[in-house]
Ligand binder design. Structure first.
Ligand SMILES: CCCCCCCCCCCCC/C=C/C(=O)SCCNC(=O)CCNC(=O)[C@H](O)C(C)(C)COP(=O)(O)OP(=O)(O)OC[C@H]1O[C@@H](n2cnc3c(N)ncnc32)[C@H](O)[C@@H]1OP(=O)(O)O
Length: 345
């Protein structure tokens, strides 16, 4: 079950039915030569020169008291490789000690980030899938802990569509500025997965009272709130049920939100027209860096310190659940389906 490559080969072979062997062999040779021509050599992170890591899958720059970590794999919709998880942790550790006031995550190209690179599932070590699941659960827990413990304001400049872990981590950010072309998608159900990034706790908490008052449950749609049909249909339910149901729509049922909907839910701080997004956001962020840095850091610490212990416990629980999910038939089949789309296996 866990040998994804041979499982995909068997599925592909049995799907060929009675195709003559010679024809199958010719088709296979054509496919392999097309793949080798198109395969993208991994771009290793290059050593930082004058504060910038140019050309790798992750570009880290530090200027104007802002450290910017940019996902830089536009051809792969900025999917996050195992190496990138490591590099992001290193970049956050360096940013926590440098003279920056803010740390920004953003994407290069049309996507912000398409989440975990699903080819991370393919290189199963000799020790077997259980060992890979165990070590990656540790990697994920350490990765999310870096965001929980980060001591400075974290800003997401969501330049385009965001998927999976790049969405769930947003609950640990202080500002989420989105272009109006951004979307927010957590397809954990279809992938046989479960939430991470502390979203099982932050999302219900975030999509709570402030949104309820703004949507005025029971009032007519469109009366000054970001009323959705779902809210109207939930009339009369208690606050807890409404909060859970909205977070569940994303995390359990995989509903994709537009930037405006994500803003109405409290996931996004502000939405900007794409045409002026970069100019408006960076002008504002540069203005924020003029604030007294120690006051900024102290205010953030008193806001964040109370919840850290709970967040670490939530992170541990989510990673334990995912360690099992990664080994499930539901997950492996979903990953094989995705990677088989273009003959990736
Ligand atoms: C046995 C144990 C295993 C353990 C494994 C552990 C993993 C590591 C630990 C950390 C885990 C963190 C948990 C995170 C969870 C998530 O983030 S879940 C969400 C994962 N992401 C997705 O499911 C998105 C998959 N991609 C897509 O659905 C589509 O690509 C798209 C984003 C909707 C874009 O579609 P479209 O515009 O049609 O473009 P495409 O042609 O599909 O994409 C262009 C190329 O980019 C490649 N690509 C895009 N996203 C990914 C991705 N997430 N992973 C890998 N590759 C991706 C796509 O394949 C295309 O490539 P080429 O065909 O080579 O051009």
């Amino acid at each position: 079950m866990m040998d994804l490559v041979n499982k995909a080969k068997w599925d592909a072979w049995s799907a060929l039915g009675s195709l003559p062997k010679e024809t199958a062999r010719e088709n296979y040779v054509d496919l392999v030569s097309s793949l080798s021509a198109a395969s993208e050599p991994p771009s290793p992170a290059k050593p930082a020169a004058d504060g910038e890591q140019a050309g790798g899958d992750l570009v880290v720059t530090s200027e104007n008291h802002i450290t910017t970590i940019t996902f830089n794999r536009p051809a792969k919709k900025n999917a996050i490789t195992t190496q990138m998880y490591q590099d992001i942790m290193l970049a956050l550790q360096a940013a926590s000690k440098d003279d920056s006031v803010l740390t920004v995550l953003t994407g290069n190209g049309e996507y912000y980030c398409s989440g975990n690179d699903l080819t991370n599932f393919t290189d199963i070590p000799p020790e077997g899938p259980e060992e890979k699941a165990r070590t990656n659960a540790i990697l994920l827990r350490e990765f999310v802990d870096c965001f929980i413990d980060f001591p400075k304001p974290l800003v997401a400049v969501v330049n385009g569509p965001a998927v999976g872990i790049s969405v769930t981590l947003l609950g640990l950010f202080d500002l989420v500025y989105a272009s109006d072309r951004a979307t927010f998608h957590t397809p954990f159900g279809p992938l046989g997965l479960s939430p991470e990034g502390c979203s099982s706790y932050t999302f219900p908490k975030m999509m709570g009272p402030s949104k309820l008052s703004r949507t005025k449950v029971g009032s007519r749609a469109g009366e000054g709130g970001c009323q959705s049909q779902a809210t109207v249909s939930l009339q009369g339910r208690g606050l807890g049920q409404l909060v859970f149901l909205k977070a569940a729509e994303m995390l359990i049922f995989g509903r994709k939100l537009t930037a405006q909907e994500a803003c109405a839910q409290g996931l996004v701080t502000e939405v900007f027209p794409d045409s002026t997004f970069q100019k408006e956001v960076w002008t504002r962020l540069r203005a924020y860096t003029k604030l007294p840095p120690n006051a900024v850091r102290t205010s953030r610490e008193v806001m964040r310190s109370k919840g850290r212990e709970r967040l670490h416990a939530v992170n541990a629980e989510e990673c334990g659940a995912l360690q099992q999910r990664w080994l499930s038939e539901e997950c492996t089949s979903a990953v094989v389906r995705f990677l088989s789309r273009r003959g990736k296996l």
